[in-house]
Design a binder for this molecule. Structure first.
Ligand code: TYD
Length: 205
């Protein structure tokens, strides 16, 4: 069994099925008597809203300005009332849809990755996930899903997604001694994926 107030971040390329798996894991944890809180980044607070408008292409700025904005949204998310630290301190297990590994992989496309890691140092010091779950799906499949959803954002193109996935894999190697990362084959049925995640998180294997 995981500790009561674990912090788990879900990661993946766009359209990798994070929302479905977060909901399924939340149900399983609640059934096991664990109190769960769901959250996500970018957030719905001020800086997160600003980020969404950059992601939709409604506003444009340099990628080097976007990276610290994601870090600022994250610091706000960590420290705000009802934010990550608050939820953890109240005994919740927190499931977060994307966290700093997304910044490293996405902002690392256009900025020096070590600088992006540095910009996120305070967030990492304040709230480092007990576990990062990476849902791995071939980008051809995830991009089909994204296209079927309609509106697309600035990172949602096949070649970019492939480079983001490569970045994630480069980071897993680079951070293997610092971060606890679980890579999940997300090309299976939602139930099969959920079963594997559940057994790893609840340590029933
Ligand atoms: P999200 O809403 O999770 O998109 P999806 O459900 O399609 O996976 O994330 C929105 C976009 O924001 C996504 O393209 C990834 C990007 N992003 C970054 O570039 N850096 C970050 O630090 C975060 C948290 C997200």
């Amino acid at each position: 069994m995981i500790k009561k107030n674990a912090f788990i971040a879900f990661e993946g390329t766009d359209g990798s099925g994070k929302s479905t798996q977060i909901a399924l894991l939340a149900n399983a944890l609640e059934e096991a008597g664990i109190r769960v809180a769901l959250t996500k980044e970018p957030t719905d607070a001020d800086i997160g809203k600003l980020l969404r408008s950059y992601l939709k292409g409604e506003r444009i700025t340099d990628h080097r300005a976007i990276a610290p904005l994601f870090a600022a949204d994250r610091l706000d998310h960590i420290t705000a009332e009802g934010g990550i630290l608050d939820l953890l301190s109240k005994g919740n297990t927190v499931l977060c849809d994307r966290y700093y590994l997304s910044s490293y992989a996405y902002q690392g496309l256009n900025c020096d990755i070590d600088w992006v890691i540095e910009v996120n140092r305070k967030a990492r010091e304040l709230a480092r996930p007990d576990l990062h779950i990476f849902l791995d799906l071939p980008c051809e499949i995830s991009m089909e899903r994204v296209k079927n959803r309609g509106e697309t954002e600035i990172f949602e193109q096949l070649e970019q997604q492939k480079r983001i996935r490569d970045n994630f894999y480069m980071l897993f190697e680079k951070l293997k001694d610092e971060e606890n990362i679980l890579i999940i084959d997300a090309s299976r049925s939602p139930e099969e994926i959920a079963k594997e995640i559940r057994s790893k998180v609840l340590c029933t294997e």
